[in-house]
Design a binder for this molecule. Sequence first.
Ligand code: PBG
Length: 309
Amino acid sequence: MPIRIATRGSPLALAQAEEVAARLRAAHGLAESDIAVVAMKTTGDRIQDRTLAEAGGKGLFTKEIEEALIDGRADLAVHSAKDVPTWLPDGLVLSAFLPREDVRDAFICRIAGSLAELPAGAIVGTASLRRQALVLRARPDLEVVTLRGNVQTRLRKLEAGTVHATLLALAGLKRLHAEAEAAALFDPQTFPPALGQGAIAVETRADDSRVNDLVAAINHADTAAALTCERSFLDVLDGSCRTPIAGHAAVHDGRLRFGGLVISHDGQTSFAAERSGSAAEAEALGRSAAREIIDSAGEAFLATLRDGH
Ligand SMILES: NCc1[nH]cc(CCC(=O)O)c1CC(=O)O
């Protein structure tokens, strides 16, 4: 029986699963038919009319896929790391991360070359509370509206004139060979990405040593350390996905640098923390940055964000 990879059925998800399959084949000299990609629909794929936060949050893109893994209908799952909640079902682990793609957000627009050049009152569509808040911080004179759907759907809505501009992860555009859609790229210092953005995560059953041994060969250690830091930051801070939250860790020569941010929905109030240390301290660095933000922002302020203000 082939090794079965469970994934969502969107073109981006399929491209990511094929990348994992190709790396596994290359690492272990496997044939095409030794690995099969199994596409499935998730709750997140079915919701087209609301933000994910409104739909009830966590794990909407992963639940059905994880069930397939638990039931033994698949041997590994491939996810966009930013869609994977910090809490995993019992018995499942994130066993590998591929080398990270570019973490930056891209500005997609036919009438302006950058966010700064949009005329006052222009409509920016995005379902991400983080992107909505960061857009309003830079341009409080713009209007932000919820725009959902996979990458292709959103590009279609832009063509149709539903919105004047949208934002997408450059990583996803690149994997779809659509990076030419980007009119501009955001500076990750002033417009930080989502935790996990640009990284592909492989999830497996913790007790499946055969598959875990295979998957270990494709893990990228620096990306794994960065993701450990980012996910621990998110874990400490975010009880729900109603909080606009951003951040990015990167490892160079064994040193990890992390910057994290929590921002109000209107973009007017934000709290940031930075850490650096050895990659081995990744988890502690993320946690301590989150605690600094909790201390400076205060629980009451964070609670108002979760209530949607
Ligand atoms: N929530 C949807 C999602 N999950 C991962 C990506 C892009 C790929 C990535 O960040 O690795 C996207 C689309 C987007 O934000 O543009």
